[in-house]
Design a protein around this ligand. Sequence first.
Ligand SMILES: [Mg+2]
Length: 246
Amino acid sequence: MTISNTPAMARNPKYIVFTDWDGTVTLTDTNDHLTDNLGLGPERRRWLNLQILDGNWTFRDAFKSMLDSVDTPFDECVEMIKRDVKLDPGFEKFYYWAKANNIPVVVVSSGMKPIIYALLEHSLGKEAAEDIDIIANDTLVREDGSWDIIWRDDTDFGHDKSICLKPYNQLGDNRPVLFYCGDGVSDVSAAKETDLLFAKEGRDLITYCEREDVKYTTFGGFRDIHKVVQGIVEGHGTIDQAVENS
Ligand SMILES: [Mg+2]
């Protein structure tokens, strides 16, 4: 086992919960919020989202175009996010329950790590923000406050979420049970590397799961995820029972 590409294995957990950030842990997508309010606006942003869904634009190019339209200095963007964006009301309780049960919660995001960290610290405090591993793109902030996204990899996603999950999936017989929570198209590749996908009700991810025959269970908020994960951990339910479309 190599610790280097499976950092969440450090405390030898039996379960790991990977989760998307925007629209999954947060109630509002932070990048959409910046784009809609400080950048090219909701209409063009929705059009770009459709281009991604239809395969006309890569996620990487469309997302970059949205972020490039935001001229506001980075620290002001962070302050706006802290002011306006709330976490799912069930996330904090779930996180502390998971921590008490040696279950790492790992954020896997197509967004930017400094924004995720800042909102986590603002919402749950510094200790939790330090404790939660965040696998995401980075940000280059220049002295004048202007900024750019630094992609995590060279794929069309900018950050192919399956790349960081694959080493966990390949750990062998004693590998932990892997959960994944998400709501969007970028979560499909990640879900394929895990044992149970929680897909947010009413979002694009469910359409993709049906189309690509990926097993999932729907959730409305982290209270639902908490209930199912705790049930499995405590032996009241199984992954197969949780899957809705088998
Ligand atoms: Mg999302």
